[in-house]
Write a protein that binds this ligand. Structure first.
Ligand SMILES: Nc1ncnc2c1ncn2[C@@H]1O[C@H](COP(=O)(O)OP(=O)(O)OP(=O)(O)O)[C@@H](O)[C@H]1O
Ligand SMILES: [Mg+2]
Ligand SMILES: [Zn+2]
Length: 269
């Protein structure tokens, strides 16, 4: 995939070798970005890839909690060592640097941007196939910094039915286009519910709009994920790694750049 950008990218830590970087973005808050970022990371890891998650939500980090990480990031000679989940996913979040997990971070834009860049330049990620970046909602400082400073393969847009109805999601997609960052596709989260008794699909918010919006914005539609009380519970308990979903597997296969590249080589060769 061609990486277009006018600004020079930040240098990654000398001890890191990261093949692909994807960021997860939304227009509004609370649509499930962090949960979906974690789900994608787990699915990539279960597929056998080396995966990292960079929590770029500096003031509202939720990645450590979803993975049940309460340790601190270690500082050593060559940089900062990320924390490791049970499946071996490398995680870096501002929460891992705070004395207390519930300490607030009251920083202005430049400091936030600085922290996001440091998570790229100073963290020793090691060898990774995929680094997933969990962004805060909207089109503020952190998404801007990530799009300007990191060599992104592309963005994954997460949206909810409510957000799709208000079209706020279009702001995120338009920002990507202004920044010349490719969009890998749209995921509609909390799209429907499944009746626990009979398995009937309950379209609580009416018919799904994700596919229609993706088509209108000329980006790929990656699929829908249902409202699942078990997912919410496992995120709360820090046990996301025990959740598996064929829908998420299907989504990561669609954005598996390494896989797509090798199939392309196979076809051409
Ligand atoms: N598909 C789902 N089914 C049930 N609950 C979900 C689903 N997706 C997310 N949630 C729950 O919704 C809440 C918000 O999710 P999450 O924190 O991932 O959203 P976010 O977009 O990252 O929020 P923010 O904008 O604050 O960063 C969490 O409690 C999470 O467990
Ligand atoms: Mg979040
Ligand atoms: Zn039923």
């Amino acid at each position: 995939m061609e990486r277009q950008s006018e600004l020079p990218k930040e240098k990654q830590n000398e001890l890191s070798k990261i093949a692909h970087v994807m960021a997860v973005m939304s227009g509004k808050g609370g649509v499930g970005k962090s949960s979906v970022t974690a789900l994608l990371a787990v699915a990539f890891a279960k597929k056998g890839y080396k995966v990292g998650v960079l929590d770029a939500d500096i003031t509202g980090p939720s990645i450590p909690k979803i993975f049940g990480i309460h340790s601190h990031a270690e500082n050593f000679e060559f940089g900062i060592l990320p924390a490791k989940t049970q499946l071996g996913i490398e995680v870096m979040s501002l929460n891992l640097l705070l004395a207390h997990e519930d300490d607030p971070v009251v920083w202005r834009g430049p400091l936030i941007a600085g922290a996001v860049k440091q998570f790229w330049t100073d963290v020793v990620w090691g060898d990774l196939d995929y680094l997933l970046v969990d962004l805060p909602p909207g089109t503020g400082d952190a998404p801007l910094t990530v799009m300007q400073s990191l060599p992104l393969d592309g963005l994954i847009i997460v949206s909810s039915p409510q957000e799709l109805a208000t079209m706020v999601v279009k702001k995120a997609i338009k920002m990507a286009s202004i920044m010349k960052t490719p969009v890998l596709g749209l995921i509609e989260n909390m799209s429907y519910a499944v009746c626990p008794r009979c398995g009937e699909i309950l379209r609580i918010f009416g018919p799904s709009k994700g596919e229609e919006v993706a088509r209108a914005m000329e980006i790929p539609f990656l699929g829908t994920l249902p409202i699942d009380a078990r997912l919410a519970e496992l995120c709360d308990k820090g046990q996301i790694e025990t959740y598996s979903s064929p829908l998420v597997k299907d989504i990561i296969n669609q954005v598996d750049i390494a896989n797509l590249a090798s199939t392309r080589v196979a076809k051409e060769g």
